[in-house]
Design a protein around this ligand. Sequence first.
Ligand SMILES: [Zn+2]
Length: 343
Amino acid sequence: MLGGATSSVLALTPFHHTAFRNCWSRWQGVYRCPAPCQDECGMPELPDIVVYIEALQQRIAHQRLERVRIASPFLLRTANPPLQSVEGKNVQRLRRIGKRIAVGLEGHLWLVLHLMIAGRLHWRQPGVKLTSKQTLAAFDFLHGSLLLTEAGSERRASLHVLQGDAALAALDPGGLEVLEARVEGFAARLMAENHTLKRALTDPHLFSGIGNAYSDEILHRAQLSPVAMTQRLKDEEIERLHAAVRATLIEWTDRLRAEAQGQFPEGVTAFRDGMAVHGRYSQPCPRCGAKIQRIRYASNETNYCAVCQTGGKLLADRGLSRLLKQDWPRTLEEWESLRGAKP
Ligand SMILES: [Zn+2]
């Protein structure tokens, strides 16, 4: 039976090209992804980026960047200052800007990396050859080379070379740093606009570093519906959400740090063993045992537990499907506006 199900899934789902964006097979919880992404699905979020930066801190802080080798013409998104201007400069500091990694060098220069969905970092021996098609760039230091790779065929990861803190600030979408915010500030940001919780948490202009995976985990921990509207939340629910955001991000950062065991973090993925709901469609909820549900849209899905989060209500049931004329909204925004149109 399993074999039959597998072949029909493979036949029906053209996921070879979009697998790292829409890792269908991982979401089934049973099938292995046949695409090169394998374990590299999902955009790195705050915990992943923090652990990357800590690993970089140990390896490249106060080290001289000898050379930058770019293998993909799509990677570099700025022309001025020239890339060569960073060569021979010492790394002075490292920062996270939303989901970006910013490397500060002498002369107020910044190298800013956005890994997007399939970009990953690796630490290799100095001067390693760039043989893989997935390698986009190498940043060479005396003691090692930082490699940037991107799985799949789309080239979305980006590198900006900037001069000055103002240029760096201009790249910041301005999301609230949730681990630094008190509940009042968190509440004000949350209720500034009326959105579904899922959208509010993942909007980089509202909150920094939270994406699809950790927002699922946060909402499950807070026992709140992904489609609850932010301006209708009670004070007690906002406090619970604030606590869940902090606990989820801190716990996962600690966990990923411990997993890395001082090594450079490899195998960064949005689908982690130990997640409660994200990527666990149809598996039992760790709190109540009910099957995890999902809401699907074009290139992503939201996972939740109906018993723990929505009072037992299925958000993506057949009735809603018919209502949508057998189609799902293509984006969270579209889905949200459709909900907004309902009484
Ligand atoms: Zn549950």
